[in-house]
Design a protein around this ligand. Structure first.
Ligand code: FMN
Length: 439
C-alpha cells in the first residue's frame, strides 16, 4: 500500500444526544467529570483518532429543544470548553482539541487570544468550531429579547473570522528574539498590528500571544444554510454535516468545493466529515439490540415533549408512539427546516424512532453491526471520494470508542485507509492540512 494513500480521519463527539444520559452504562455526571473526559481522550488516542470535538451553547438548554423538555436534558450543564480542553491538553499528547466558540456572543480579540493560547499550551492541537448561536435562550443571556436574524449573524461571523485570523498573524514566527545581550525581547519589525476598521469591529492589535504553532488553529463549521455554507467555503478547514447518504455527501462536497474555488481557495484544502452514530456488536443482532434497548430507556412522554418543538405543526401527544407522524406538507416542511430526517432506507420512521434517535444521537446516520460491516460501510463512503472522515458518536463513552478503536480501526488499517501511527505533531499535520503563511 503506498504510504501516501489518503487516510480516513476520525473526530469524536463525546457528548451524545440530549437524552443519551439515560442509556444503561452512560455516565450521568460525565460532562462534569474530568476523569471521564480523560478516559475518552485517551481511548481516542489509542484509536489514533484525529480530534476531540466539544460542542457548546451559551445557555442551559440545548438549542431548539424548548423549555418543555429542558429538565430532561443531560447536557444542560457542562464545562466551558476552553477550560476543559486546557486541562486535557496537559494529559494527552496527540489528539486534536476542538472547542466551539460563538461569533455572536464573543469578541474576536478574546477568541483569537484563547485559541492562540490553547494552541501553544497543547503544542499545536487546537481547533475552533465556528458557530453563530441561533437559539433565543442564548440571546436572552446577552440582553436580547429574541435571537439575532440569521443573515445578520453571518455578516458578523464573516468579519469576526477575518479579524481572528488577522490577529493570529500579528507576529512573524521568529519575532521573539529574547536577546539578553541587546535587551531586545522581540523584533519590532516582525510585529504586525492589525489596524482593522470594519462595519462590525475596530481592532488595532497586535495580539498579546505569539503566532500559534499551527499558524492558524484548525477551523471547522457545520452551518447548513446558504450563509453557513458560504462561510464554511470561505474560511473553514473542516466541514461537519448531517447527511445520511453517499449522494447527499457528494452533492454537499461538490457545492462547497465550488463555493471555495469561487472564493479563491484551493478546494482540496477542505475536509468533509459527516456525523455517524456507530454501534458495534459481536453480531448484527447484538448491535441492533443495543439500539432497541437505548430506545426503550426514554419514556414516551419525555420523548414526545423533546421532539415537539421540531414538528410544531402537529400535536404529538395523542399520537400513536409506534406509528410515523402524518405525511403532510406541513410536517415535511417543518422536518426539512429543522433537520429531522423522516425516513431511513425508504421507510418512514415511527415517532418513537424519531424521538429517540434525535434524543440519543441527534439523528446522525446510524452505522450498526459487526466491526466488519462497519468497516465495509465506512470504506464504501470513503472510496466513493465523497468524504474525508467521520465525526463519531456512539451509544456510551468511552466504551463505544474503544469498540471502534479495537474492532473497526484494525480492519481499516488492513485496507490501507487508516493511519498506523500519528505522523505529525500538530492537528493540521494529523489532518494533512498545510500551515497557513502569514496573511
Ligand atoms: C455536527 C454538528 C455540530 C454542531 N455543533 C454545534 C454547537 O456545538 N453549538 C452550536 O451552537 N451549534 C452547533 N451546530 C449547529 C450549526 O452550527 C448551525 O447553527 C446549524 O447547523 C444551522 O445552520 P445555519 O446556522 O447555517 O442555519 C452543529 C451542527 C452540526 C451538524
Amino acid at each position: 500500500m503506498p504510504a501516501d494513500k489518503k487516510k480516513l480521519h476520525f473526530c469524536v463527539f463525546p457528548h451524545g444526544g440530549p437524552l443519551a444520559w439515560r442509556i444503561a452504562g452512560s455516565t450521568t455526571e460525565g460532562y462534569l467529570d474530568f476523569e471521564w473526559y480523560k478516559r475518552v481522550a485517551r481511548t481516542a488516542e489509542e484509536g489514533l483518532f484525529d480530534a476531540l470535538f466539544i460542542a457548546d451553547n451559551v445557555a442551559i438548554n440545548h438549542w431548539l429543544t424548548g423549555m418543555a423538555a429542558a429538565d430532561r436534558i443531560g447536557n444542560a450543564v457542562c464545562f466551558e470548553p476552553f477550560t476543559l480542553l486546557s486541562a486535557l491538553a496537559a494529559v494527552t499528547e496527540h489528539i486534536g482539541l476542538m472547542a466551539t466558540a460563538s461569533t455572536t456572543y464573543n469578541h474576536p480579540f478574546h477568541v483569537a487570544r484563547m485559541f492562540a493560547s490553547l494552541d501553544h499550551l497543547s503544542g499545536g492541537r487546537a481547533g475552533w468550531n465556528v458557530v453563530t448561536s441561533k437559539s433565543p435562550s442564548e440571546a436572552a443571556n446577552f440582553g436580547l429579547l429574541d435571537e439575532i436574524k440569521s443573515a445578520d449573524r453571518y455578516v458578523r461571523a464573516n468579519e469576526f473570522v477575518d479579524v481572528v485570523k488577522g490577529l493570529w498573524d500579528s507576529w512573524d514566527d521568529d519575532a521573539f528574539v529574547r536577546d539578553k545581550q541587546t535587551g531586545a525581547f522581540y523584533d519590532a519589525s516582525k510585529m504586525h498590528p492589525l489596524n482593522h476598521a470594519g462595519a462590525q469591529f475596530r481592532v488595532e492589535g497586535p495580539l498579546n500571544v505569539p503566532r500559534p504553532p499551527q499558524g492558524h488553529p484548525v477551523l471547522c463549521q457545520a452551518g447548513q444554510s446558504e450563509d453557513g455554507l458560504n462561510l464554511a467555503a470561505r474560511t473553514a478547514d473542516l466541514i461537519f454535516n448531517n447527511k445520511h447518504s453517499v449522494e447527499g455527501n457528494r452533492a454537499l462536497r461538490a457545492d462547497v468545493r465550488a463555493r471555495a474555488a469561487k472564493a479563491g481557495r484551493d478546494p482540496d484544502e477542505l475536509l468533509f466529515m459527516p456525523g455517524v452514530f456507530v454501534v458495534v456488536g459481536g453480531t448484527e443482532e447484538e448491535a441492533r439490540r443495543k439500539i432497541t434497548d437505548a430506545r426503550d430507556s426514554v419514556d414516551e412522554t419525555t420523548a414526545k415533549r423533546f421532539l415537539q418543538p421540531f414538528l410544531p405543526s402537529i400535536d404529538l401527544m395523542p399520537m400513536e408512539f409506534d406509528a410515523p407522524p402524518p405525511d403532510t406538507p406541513d410536517v415535511r416542511e417543518a422536518a426539512g427546516s429543522m433537520g429531522v430526517v423522516l425516513e431511513e432506507d425508504g421507510r418512514r420512521l415511527s415517532i418513537r424512532q424519531l424521538c429517540t434517535s434525535f434524543g440519543n444521537h441527534w439523528r446522525q446516520f446510524e452505522l450498526v453491526g459487526t466491526p466488519e460491516q462497519i468497516a465495509d460501510r465506512m470504506a464504501e463512503w470513503f472510496e466513493a471520494g465523497v468524504i474525508d472522515g467521520f465525526n463519531l458518536m456512539t451509544l456510551t463513552n468511552p466504551d463505544g470508542y474503544a469498540d471502534i478503536a479495537e474492532g473497526v480501526v484494525p480492519l481499516l488499517q488492513k485496507r490501507g485507509i487508516y493511519r498506523e501511527g500519528y505522523e505529525g505533531k500538530t492537528l493540521r499535520e494529523t489532518l494533512g492540512l498545510s500551515r497557513p503563511g502569514l496573511g
